[in-house]
Write a protein that binds this ligand. Structure first.
Ligand code: ADP
Ligand code: TYD
Length: 192
């Protein structure tokens, strides 16, 4: 099973990925948790350096995220799936569709650029309002990066919500951590 988590920044992905992993482990499932953008591959460094620039070309962003994804799929995701592990990936293809389209790129181009990658069985999208995002970002006390500006995040959220489908489940991420976790377990159970 290949599960991905999506949502705007601070929507609770990291928190919920960990809780789901612990729950799956208790049920006897072996789980590989991983994330995009990657942290320790050739592409990670290039991507990180590139993203420090506040005025990058959106199509170059899309290509670099796709290159990082390609390496990650080959080196981490497919090998883990072949070993029979459940893979949980924090951000995947839908991040490119939502973020890069919100930067002005053609939606179909972004989708086709990412069309060769394996599709997740299930995507959990944690939906929070921009007000909640602002509050959580302020609490974190760090400066906003270019992907965290309120107007931009509003567009990203709209793009995400357009993706809703049988395999792209929208979950209200405004409730308590425990309530969100319970709903995620219900959704995952239905897919197992
Ligand atoms: P993401 O990985 O999507 O950026 P995190 O899981 O790191 O999000 O959560 C961002 C911040 O919001 C953290 O400080 C976390 O403790 C807090 N948080 C996560 N889920 C909730 C929730 N349901 N209610 C309130 N705060 C939350
Ligand atoms: P990351 O550092 O993982 O942030 P977070 O902890 O909020 O998930 O991701 C960096 C940023 O990269 C994030 O704001 C979303 C953006 N991003 C894209 O624009 N396109 C993509 O394909 C991916 C994977 C991430």
């Amino acid at each position: 099973m290949f599960i991905t988590f999506e949502g705007i920044d601070v929507s609770g992905k990291t928190t919920q990925v960990k809780l789901l992993k612990d729950w799956l482990n208790k049920k006897g499932c072996r789980v590989k948790v991983t994330e995009q953008p990657t942290k320790n591959m050739e592409t990670s460094e290039v991507l990180r350096e590139h993203m420090k620039n506040p005025n990058t070309e959106p199509y170059v962003d899309a290509l670099l995220f796709a290159a990082d994804r390609a390496l990650h799929v080959e080196r981490v995701i497919l090998p883990a799936l072949r070993k029979g592990l459940t893979v949980i990936c924090d951000r995947y293809i839908h991040s490119s569709i939502a973020y890069q389209t919100s930067m002005g790129l053609d939606r179909d181009w972004v989708i086709s650029l990412n069309s060769l990658f394996p599709k997740p069985n299930l995507t959990i999208y944690l939906d929070i309002s921009i007000e909640t995002a602002k509050k959580r970002i302020n609490e974190r006390g760090k400066e906003l990066d270019k992907f965290e500006m309120a107007d931009f995040l509003k567009r990203v959220r709209e793009e995400y919500l357009r993706l809703k489908s049988k395999r792209f489940i929208v979950i209200d991420g405004e409730r308590s951590i425990e309530e969100v976790h319970k709903e995620i377990i219900g959704v995952v159970n239905d897919f197992m």
